[in-house]
Every structure is written in C-alpha cells, then in structure tokens.
Ligand binder design. Structure first.
Ligand SMILES: C[S@@+](CC[C@H](N)C(=O)[O-])C[C@H]1O[C@@H](n2cnc3c(N)ncnc32)[C@H](O)[C@@H]1O
Length: 273
C-alpha cells in the first residue's frame, strides 16, 4: 500500500533556510542537462528549477498530476510509481532530486538503486527528508500537548500499518541507501525546520512561518486519509485530534521543529571521463 496523502510542505520555507539555493550537489547546469524530480507533488521544486535554468530539461514524476496548469516549456510531468522500477532507461539524468518521501517508502535501498540506475555516470542525486515528529529543545512542547500525547502514537501507527518509516533521519536511510547503491562523494547536512517564527533569526523565522501556515492549513488534508483509511479510527475522536494539533502549531510559546537532512552523492564517472 502507498500513502497518497501528502505531508504539508513549504518550498518557499525551505528556500528561505537554504539561502534560495535549489540544490547543493556539485553539478553545473550546462546543456544538455536533464533533471528528474521524483514524487514531485505540486512540482514546486521542479518548476522552480525549470524557470531558473531554462536550458535544462526537467521531468517531474508522481502517482498523478498535481502541478499547476501553466508550467514552463522545459518542464514535463510523467506518471510513475517510485516504488516500482522507474519509467526511465539507464544513465539518463544529470541530477535526480527527491524531497519529502518519508512515510511512503517501504524499501529505501530499492529507491536509491533505481536512482543510481537512472543517473548518468558523473551525475548527482540529492535527497531531503525529515523526521515527522515534533521536537523542542526547551521543553516548550508540554507533556499534555497533542504534539506529545497524540501525534507520535498516530504517526507510529501509520508507519506500522504501511511499513514505511516517518523517521528517515534517525534511521539514516539516505546516506546508507546511497552508499549501498554505489554513490561516491556523499555529503550530508542536518538542519532544523522550525514550526512558527520563534527563532529570532530572519531566514529561520520566514521558514518557520511558512511551515506553520502550511501545516496548520493542511493538517486535515494529510491526517484524514491516514486516520480513516489507513488506521480506521473512529470519527468521534478526529475533530479533537485536529483541534489539539492546530492549537499547538499556532501557540507562539511552543518552540517546535522537525529534524531534516539533505544528502547528495555522485554516480562514479566512467573511465576516462
Ligand atoms: C510530501 S509530498 C512531497 C512533494 C514534493 N517532493 C515536495 O517536496 O514538495 C510526497 C509526494 O510523493 C507522492 N507519492 C507518494 N507515493 C508515491 C509513489 N509510490 N510513487 C510516486 N509518487 C508517490 C505523493 O503523491 C506526493 O506528491
């Protein structure tokens, strides 16, 4: 089974935290340059890439199209299930990007093997994941907050039912999967995604405000599917669960964040390259 519910994300929030950079992999975008964004969702990353690098040929894949009607001419959407062998032939892409696939992947090694197969020798794969559990360093998530009493049990149950972890950072699936697939020159960087603008640092607060709003406004879109279709929990408790979560997310005294990790690596170049 795969989860069709999308965790709320904010492309703009991530850009704020990353000084507007779309990727860190050591590649130069010069034609012909082919990019694949796996599990592209609304296409926010892929469309931004296509707009910034008009000479690049950008493909986004997902289970079904969710991108806007108007897209740059160098962006194409293809329907593809990333849990099965990918649509593409070997050695196709200069850069393969995957972001926030947590909670949907039962076999990370298989995912990175496909990425390796479809990446060109000398090309790069970059992945960003987060642990979908609220952390705080100052105990401001109180023991009675829904973020503590309800959310972890809900997410753990979802992980158990689907066989897909929501703790990819703690389990180090990205680096280990890439190493096992054969990537080299692997680098990783951890950062915190604040929920709310409580950090007193400009770029982090911008990011935090965007994630807080995305999460607050979209929490039902994400949890409803898991609550009713995956866990088959009763209707009666759902409203209280959502309201408790929204209260915590809105509360400026709660200094919560998600742990996130970027990892990138290179497919070894062919001899003589
Ligand atoms: C949390 S969203 C991330 C979207 C996008 N990567 C981003 O960072 O904004 C996860 C995406 O993966 C897609 N997805 C889930 N399972 C999939 C599968 N087996 N094959 C292809 N796409 C899948 C969902 O439809 C959703 O668009």
């Amino acid at each position: 089974m795969w989860l069709t519910a999308r965790a709320p994300t904010s492309h703009e929030g991530l850009l704020a935290i990353r000084k507007q950079k779309l990727y860190s992999a050591r590649c130069e975008v010069s034609p012909p340059f082919r990019v694949l964004d796996v599990g592209t969702g609304s296409g926010s990353w892929a469309i931004d890439f296509a707009n910034r690098y008009v000479e690049a040929d950008v493909i986004g894949t997902d289970l079904s199209p969710m991108h806007p009607d108007e897209v740059p001419v160098n962006f194409t959407f293809r329907t593809d299930n990333y849990l099965k062998p990918w649509l593409f032939c070997n050695d196709q892409f200069n850069l393969i990007h995957m972001r926030f696939l947590f909670g949907t992947v039962s076999d990370w090694d298989a995912l990175f093997r496909e990425a390796y197969r479809c990446c060109r020798p000398g090309g790069w794969v970059e992945t960003c994941e987060l642990d979908f559990y609220f952390c705080s360093d100052d105990q401001s998530i109180r023991p009675w907050h829904a973020m503590r009493t309800k959310w972890p049990g809900f997410i753990d149950a979802a992980a158990l039912s689907t066989g897909s972890t929501f703790r990819p950072v703690e389990l180090n699936v990205q680096k280990e999967g890439m190493e096992r697939a054969g990537f080299i020159r692997i680098r990783q960087r951890d950062f915190k995604i604040p929920i709310g603008s409580w950090t007193n640092k400009d770029s982090l607060d911008q990011c935090g405000a965007k994630f807080r709003d995305a999460f607050h406004d979209d929490i039902e879109g994400f949890t409803r599917f898991i609550w009713f279709s995956v866990l088959r929990r009763p209707d009666t408790d759902y409203g209280r669960f959502v309201e408790g979560m929204k209260r915590g997310i809105r509360n400026p005294k709660v200094h919560s964040y998600f742990k996130a990790r970027y990892v990138y690596g290179c497919k070894p170049p062919q001899m003589g390259e």
